[in-house]
Design a protein around this ligand. Sequence first.
Ligand code: ADP
Length: 236
Amino acid sequence: MTTSVPAQSADRPLVELREVSRAYGEGGPPALAGIDLTVMAGESLAVLGPSGSGKSTLLHLIAGLDRPSGGRVTVDGLRVDRLGEAASARYRRSRIGMVFQFFHLLDDLTVADNVLLPAQLAGVPRAEARHRAAELLARLGVARHADAYPGRLSGGERQRVAVARALMNRPPLLLADEPTGALDSASGDGVRELLASLNADGQTIVLVTHDLRLAEACATRTVELVDGRVAAEAAA
Ligand code: ADP
C-alpha cells in the first residue's frame, strides 16, 4: 500500500538540533550538553544509550514537549524551541506522530475511535477520516478489532493501534519511545517488522530504545548518548 505515509525527498534535513542543551535546575550535570544532530527525510534513527543518558529528554525536545536551555531545534522547517503552547500543540498534531512504551490509548474509546481522534482534533471531515482510519487499521493488521476496546487487545495489537493513531494525520516524522519495551518477544518482533516496513515506505522515524534488536531491524543509523552527549554514531 502506498497511501499511508507521506512521500518525502531523501536529501532534505527533517530534524536539526544545533548545540542543544537541557539543564534541570541548578548544580547537577545537564541532561543534554551540546547536541548536534541532523535527521534526513527518509532516515530511521535509533537513539541508544544507558538509562539517564538523555534519550527521553532528546525526544521530548524534538516533540516540542520540553524546551532546551540553549541551542536550536528545527523540525520540518519550524523552530520548535520557539513555539508557544498553542502552536506547539498544532505542531504535534500536524507534523509528528508519537508512539510510547505503554501505548497511551484511551480505554473508553473503541480502537477505531482512538485512531480517529487525531483527525477529529485536526478538523478532518469525518468520512475522510473514517476512510483513512480503516485503511491504516487494515495495513497494520488490526482491522478486525476496530470496534473493540483497547483493554481486550494484546500488547502487540495495542501497539499496532497506537502506530495507526500516530500515522493518522500523515506526519512527516514518527517518534517512538521504547516502542517494544512492554512487549513479549513475538509481539516485539511484529512491531520491529512494522516499523522497518514503514521506514522502507519512506516514513522518517526517530526512536529511543534499549532494544538493540529494534535498532538492527529498523534503524538506518544509530547514535549513542552517554551523559547527555553523542558518544558514538554508526550507519546500520
Ligand atoms: P534516558 O531517557 O536516557 O533514561 P532522561 O532523558 O530521562 O534519560 O534523563 C536524563 C537526565 O536528566 C537524568 O539524569 C534524569 O535524572 C534527568 N531528568 C530527566 N527529567 C528530569 C526532570 N523532569 N527533572 C529533573 N531531572 C530530570
